[in-house]
Design a protein around this ligand. Structure first.
Ligand code: ZN
Length: 254
């Protein structure tokens, strides 16, 4: 990932896997000269909120415990999706899902890939309401942690808290965003591939109203999503302000 970021001409890249920063050490060790790495995680919260947590202290116990709880419940969720698929007559095995996830917290993309491997559905069909899509027979919801509570935990761990893609398919309500702002949220991810021009304008003015920064990110997901690394970026001045606000850890550089 960091080699791809350097080839894309980026000066800074953030690594934010869901519910884990387990890849950070490997990425830091492989960091090309001239590229800075911001460690972090993307945390699933209630109301479909995804919270980007950057530069927190990974040893801070309250946040670490919350992340561990989320990872454990993700495995339970993955197992329940497999059981639902088996009940639908699909020969999916939990072991196959784990092999695809290769030690990462299990998410729907891993279950979907195992479903595709059985030949029962294409990857796009797997995410429809015929299978694992929201409302589909094999869909299982994620556990709910109140987004404002998670913002407070990230800040207490010295981290930077940013609401990811608030105008995406399952948008975040202005009420929720203002509650998160009250708990210490620092920015909205305004520039995101799922946001059209009018959504960006609306979110930029909402961020200003709430006293928050506006950031950008490509939400690059490897080959599983059709976006290119670095297609959306964060203003260097905003980046510097967020880094100086963080007390939990610092970006890696070489
Ligand atoms: Zn997300």
């Amino acid at each position: 990932m960091v080699r791809r970021a350097a080839s894309a001409g980026l000066a800074v890249v953030a690594l934010t896997d869901h519910e884990t920063d387990a890849g950070v050490a490997e990425a830091a060790a492989a960091l090309p000269a001239g590229l800075s790495l911001v460690p972090g995680a993307e945390i699933s919260c209630a109301q479909h909120v995804h919270l980007l947590a950057y530069l927190y202290n990974p040893a801070e116990p309250a946040l670490a415990a919350e992340l561990a709880r989320l990872r454990t419940s993700r495995d339970g969720r993955g197992r329940r999706m497999v059981i639902q698929l088996q009940a639908m007559g699909v020969p999916v095995e939990w072991g196959a899902v784990q092999a695809i996830a290769r030690g990462a917290p299990v998410g729907r993309p891993h279950v979907a890939a195992a479903l595709v491997d059985t030949g029962a559905a294409s990857y796009a069909e797997a995410f429809s309401d015929r299978w694992l899509g929201y409302g589909g027979p094999a869909y299982v919801g994620k556990p709910s942690f109140d987004p404002a509570h998670v913002v407070a935990l990230v800040r207490a761990a010295g981290g930077v808290a940013i609401c990811a893609h608030p105008g995406g398919r399952k948008g975040t309500s202005d009420d929720t965003l203002s509650r998160m702002a009250g708990a210490g949220l620092q920015a909205l991810e305004v520039d995101h591939p799922e946001h059209d021009a009018s959504t960006r304008r609306r979110l930029r003015s909402l961020a200003a109203d709430l006293g928050l920064f506006a950031t950008g990110g490509s939400d690059y997901h490897g080959t599983r999503k059709d976006v290119s690394l670095g297609s959306e970026t964060t203003d260097p001045e905003v980046y510097a302000a967020l880094v100086s606000a963080a007390t939990g850890s610092a970006p890696f550089t070489r």
